[in-house]
Design a protein around this ligand. Structure first.
Ligand SMILES: NC(=O)c1ccc[n+]([C@@H]2O[C@H](COP(=O)([O-])OP(=O)(O)OC[C@H]3O[C@@H](n4cnc5c(N)ncnc54)[C@H](OP(=O)(O)O)[C@@H]3O)[C@@H](O)[C@H]2O)c1
Length: 247
């Protein structure tokens, strides 16, 4: 797709991968709106960027989502691209503690909230000549890591939904992309050894290449190698992923 002169909404665009995407796409002459829960973080982000505005919204809260959708319909009715990037993860062992509460929070943030936002923004996206949805999953959508177990499951759920959505929207003007980062050096991943990960700018660069070349599954860096391993032997790929320290 052509990704200039578009209007793009990025959830969690105030830091990490979302911020780098906002930076890169704003430099390509797109109008960007970023959201997050912390106004201080969003203000700090937009001070470093051009052509970017923000709205404080927690994607897990229905009232905030309604406010966000109202804001888009009123101020950005030409919204072309929705990037579901905000995410949450808990690092723990299923052997050591109950999973239900962590799993519920992760499913709400990483799976149900992108679905609700897509439900509410599809009418506006369908009105555009060339629109897109990007769901940010993870290498862990392909196979789970035991130390972020229910996070991995939430990303696998988002991956599955994304495949079905792409097929269902195939005859509309809305193209569905999936961005699968490997370990990336952000605040989010600090606890799981994220300093060994790739810079978030690389994720933004590969997203841009994927959008421009209509590559619907954008497997960034190590994710592409892991995908090949998984195709050869899902069992061996799973074992290798979980043998690596703090994947
Ligand atoms: N870093 C990695 O190694 C890695 C690997 C694979 C996939 N990913 C995925 O990449 C995406 C971005 O992660 P990141 O590493 O860039 O993390 P990050 O730097 O922590 O950024 C996450 C952003 O999401 C926002 N956010 C979190 N919960 C939110 C909510 N309920 N409502 C609205 N905004 C919310 C945060 O802002 P506030 O706190 O202000 O709300 C923050 O700006 C996530 O979906 C993550 O699962 C990351």
């Amino acid at each position: 797709m052509n990704i200039t002169n578009k209007t793009v909404l990025i959830t969690g665009g105030g830091s990490g991968i979302g911020f780098q995407i906002a930076k890169l796409l704003s430099e390509k002459n797109n109008t960007i709106i970023i959201t997050g829960r912390s106004e201080a973080r969003l203000k700090d982000a937009i001070a470093k960027l051009n052509n970017v505005s923000y709205l404080v919204a927690d994607i897990t809260k229905e009232d905030d989502v309604n406010k966000l959708v109202g804001y888009i319909n009123e101020h950005h009715p030409k919204l072309d691209v929705l990037i579901n990037n905000a995410g949450q993860a808990f690092m723990y062992e299923l052997a050591d503690q109950p999973a239900f509460e962590n799993a519920g929070a992760e499913m709400l943030t990483n799976y149900l909230s992108p679905i609700r936002l897509i439900d509410k923004l599809l009418p506006v996206l369908k009105k555009q000549a060339e629109a897109a949805i990007v769901n940010v999953t993870s290498v862990l959508a392909i196979a789970p890591s035991h130390d972020v177990p229910t996070y991995s499951a939430s990303k696998a759920a988002l991956h599955s939904y994304t495949q079905a959505l792409r097929l269902s929207l195939a005859d509309t003007g809305v193209t569905v992309f999936e961005l699968y980062p490997p370990l990336v050096d952000t605040e989010f991943s600090a606890e799981i050894g994220g300093s060994n990960g790739i810079p978030p700018k690389q994720v933004a660069d590969e997203l841009l290449e994927g959008l421009e070349s209509d590559t619907y599954d954008i497997r960034v860096g190590f994710t592409a190698q892991f995908w090949d391993m998984h195709l050869k032997s899902p069992d061996e790929a799973f074992a290798m992923l979980n043998a690596r320290e703090r994947n």
